[in-house]
Structures are given as C-alpha cells and as structure tokens.
Design a protein around this ligand. Structure first.
Ligand SMILES: [Zn+2]
Length: 472
C-alpha cells in the first residue's frame, strides 16, 4: 500500500513517489511575520508536521524548508503604526510563531530561510525572467512585473482561464501592462524606511511576495522537488504566481501541491473585521498544548476545521483514555515483555488510513479501537494480546506525537509544580527569618539566609518586604 496524496494541481489523488529514491523535499510557505500567530497558522504547520512524521516513519529522509516572510507591505505598515523598526517587529512575531510551534510539538524544519537573507537569489531569478521575455522593467521606476499573458499556462494551478482571473491586488502601480501582471520587484516608496530597500539592477526597492518562495525553494531544494505545501488561502494568487514564474524561468518546480483547509470559529471564517480570531497566545497553554495538538490534527487536513466551545475538553478525554491504557499496560506487563515489543508495527488499518491522503479521522478511530480491545485483553488477563495492543498504540501515538506519557508534554507542567512547591518553602523560611529578626535573634536570621544562599536562593530586602530569586 503506497501513499496517495491529493495534488491540487491535477485535482486528483496521486501515488506519491519520491523524485530521488529514499528522499523527500518539502517546501512549506511559512508565516508572514506581521502579527501574532492564530489557530489557522498552527493548524497549517501541524498538518505538514504530521505528513513529515509519516513519511519518516515509512523510512524516507525528509528535508523540510519553511520560509519566513519578514519583509512585506503589512510588516512595514504595522511597524509604522507601532512606531518600531520593521525588522524588530518581524523578529518579535517570528519568535512568537516559533515558540507556538515548539509548544505544539511541531519539529523545526531543516532550514528556515528568511526572505531578507535571499534577496540576491531573487534578483537573479528576476533577471532570468526579464531575459526570457516573461517580465518587464517599468522605465523611470524600479518596478518589475511578471507578464501573465507571456506564460500560456498561467492559471494552471487553480484551473482558471486567463479571462476569468481576478486582477492582482498587490500591485496597483503605474506602468503595469496588464491588470493580471504581478510585481516581482517594487520601487521603494518615499515614506518607507531606507533600510527596507535593496539596490538592484532595476533600482532601489524590495521583492514582491511571490518571487520570494520561487527563489528560496529552488535554492534549498533544487529546480524540481517533491512537495509544495501551504494553506488553501495561498493557492491564488500566491502559488499560482509562484508556479508561473518558476516554470517560466525553466524550473520544473513542485511535483505535488498540497493545500490544507482553514480553521473556522463556530461556523464563521476567522477575520480581523469580525474580531473572532483566536490567537495562539489566547489558547495555547502548557497544560492544554497536547489537547490542542490532538484537536488540530484530528481532521483530514483538506477539510475545514470548525473550532467550537468544548472541542478541547473532548480532546482531553481522548488523551486521558490513551494515557490510562498505557499506564495500565505498564503496570500489568513486565519490563521484559514491554521491551521485547518495543519495535512495534502499525496496525494495517492505521497505515492504510494514513496512506489515504492522511485520513486522520480514520487513523484515530483505529487507535481508539486498539485501545478498547487492549483494555478488554487486560480485563481478561490476556497479557500477550495486551502487550501487542500496547506496542501498537505506542507506535501510533508516537508517530502522531500525541503520546501523553512522553516527558515532552510534562516538562513545563512538572517544573511549574516544583517552582510553586519551592516558593512555598522559601516563603515560609523567609517568615521564620523575619520573625527571628523581629526578636533580634540575628544568629538565626543570618543562618537561614546563609542556608538558602548555599542552595542558590538569594534574598533581597527592600521596603519592608523580602524577595527571593534563584542564582545571583
Ligand atoms: Zn510562499
């Protein structure tokens, strides 16, 4: 049974075969770091993390590139509104994205190129397009546009005929020959900061959004690579334009195009104007990160995911069922038995579901079915069957990275518990020290302070109260 993936370009399920035996290159459109990450961003990164883990589980070596768009109209606008340098704003949000990804257990890509670090590659690609007659430079400006009508296959990704296409909104500039032409290079505007533009043969300016991904994917994965992914909202114009310019430059480009569905909130599209966006910072806490990962990864990746009240509670009880089963097995099965079975195979039905375009609802149904059967084997003391179920469940939850007994999901919870226990102890010692001082028993008060210092707790007295900290 081989992996079938839905290729958006051919609008069909196709058998996935790596271009190079044993290896897979994936380019994923990463965030434009203009504002804080929301639920939709998290889902997008998560579904490609599931894909990557599944490919790796089948023995393939995956190279995943996920870019950061750190220069863009919105980045500049928001930086201006917040009266902060654009690069500082972009970096602040980049860190928020990475922090959220990490907390959700999403593996880092093999490389994460920033657009501003690849300007030379973009300029070279634009020069190729001009030389081949697919792009033109507007006299007296630094603007360069891709000529949509020069590329006969324009519209192929989204199956649109050229006449039906909406005009490109990004470039409202003078000098465009056709409303569907799109910007490859944009002149610096007078009110834009000077450090947001780069010298180029066309004049001082900055790249358009689409050219960034065409240049970066080829730089890191070559002119032909396996999979290009992104959210459904990127299909047009972003991916259509990427494909047109890359192929016009002579690159074969992506073999498969994957698009993930968006996240709605109670049946409505998340949007700024409706004020219903759920930010990662509103929802992602250390104690619910695993439930959020489970929930966001529980639907088929192409479907719309409708976030509603109560979905995380459901995810938590599913995780609780997994945890209870694993712990029950660990108590019931001997250590030898467990290690013998450590090299588990996935149940055939699970592999089949995953190979059907990552059919997660079906794969999770298999997981819970094996747990049910495993529990009844334990009830009937059929330990051989229970051990089998145990190792299968471990294999499934590990490949999906939803193993509730994995220390990854408890590190911060455990450390916050220890911190609060430590705070209780130190606070009570501080009270004893203060009482000793009030009684002018300085020998005792100094001894308490020195004992705390010896274990790395430093006291600081100020304005009648005592504050403690670690280290110092
Ligand atoms: Zn992109």
């Amino acid at each position: 049974m081989t992996l079938q993936l839905f290729d958006s370009r051919s609008q069909s399920l196709r058998e996935f075969k790596p271009l190079t035996k044993g290896e897979v290159g994936i380019y994923l459109c990463g965030p434009t770091v203009q504002s804080a990450p929301h639920l939709g961003h998290l889902r997008s990164a998560l579904v490609y993390d599931q894909l990557r883990r599944w490919l790796e589980a089948t023995g393939l070596k995956v190279t995943m590139i996920r870019n950061v768009t750190d220069i863009d109209d919105k980045v500049l606008e928001n930086a201006k509104a917040q009266n902060t340098p654009w690069w500082e704003l972009a970096y602040k949000y980049e860190q928020q994205f990475n922090d959220s990804y990490r907390r959700l257990g999403i593996s880092s890509p093999n490389y994460e190129p920033r657009a501003t670090a690849n300007i030379i590659e973009m300029i070279r690609l634009i020069e190729v397009l001009i030389d081949k007659g697919h792009a033109y430079h507007v006299e007296g400006t630094a603007d360069v546009f891709f000529s949509a009508e020069s590329w006969k296959d324009y519209g192929e990704l989204t199956n649109q005929r050229s006449d039906d296409l909406v005009d490109d909104a990004e470039a409202a500039s003078r000098g465009k020959k056709n409303p569907r032409d799109f910007a490859l290079w944009k002149s610096r505007k007078d009110d834009e900061p000077e450090d947001a533009s780069w010298d180029s043969p066309f004049g001082s300016g900055r790249p358009g959004w689409h050219i960034e991904c065409s240049a970066m994917s080829v730089k890191y994965l070559g002119t032909k690579f396996d999979i290009h992914g992104g959210g459904l909202d990127l299909r047009f114009p972003h991916h259509e334009n990427e494909l047109a310019q890359s192929r016009a430059a002579g690159h074969e480009f992506a073999n498969f195009w994957l698009h993930n569905g968006l996240v709605n909130v109670s049946g409505q599209k998340m949007s700024k104007s409706l004020g219903n966006s759920i930010l990662a910072s509103d929802i992602l806490t250390d104690s619910n990160a695993l439930a959020l990962r489970y929930y966001l990864g529980s639907a088929q990746y192409r479907s719309v995911l409708d976030y509603q009240e109560g979905v995380l509670a459901e995810a938590k009880s599913a995780i609780e069922r997994i945890k209870t089963f694993l712990e029950r097995c660990e108590r019931a099965l001997s250590a030898t038995k467990k290690s013998e079975d450590a090299k588990a195979e996935f149940p055939e039905k699970f592999s089949k579901a995953m190979n059907e375009d990552l059919n997660l609802p079906a794969a999770l149904a298999v997981l819970h079915e094996v747990i049910r059967e495993g529990n009844s084997s334990l009830d009937q003391e059929k330990l051989g069957d229970a051990a089998n179920a145990y190792s299968q469940v471990l294999a499934m939850v590990n490949v999906l990275n939803i193993n509730p007994t994995d220390s990854f999901w408890h590190g911060s919870e455990a450390s916050s518990q220890s911190m609060s226990a430590l705070d209780g102890l130190v606070t009570s010692l501080i009270a004893q020290r203060n009482a000793a001082r009030d009684n002018k028993d300085f020998e005792t008060s100094d001894r308490i302070r020195d004992q705390l210092k010896a274990v790395g707790v430093v006291l600081e007295d100020s304005a009648g109260s005592t504050h403690w900290s670690l280290g110092g």
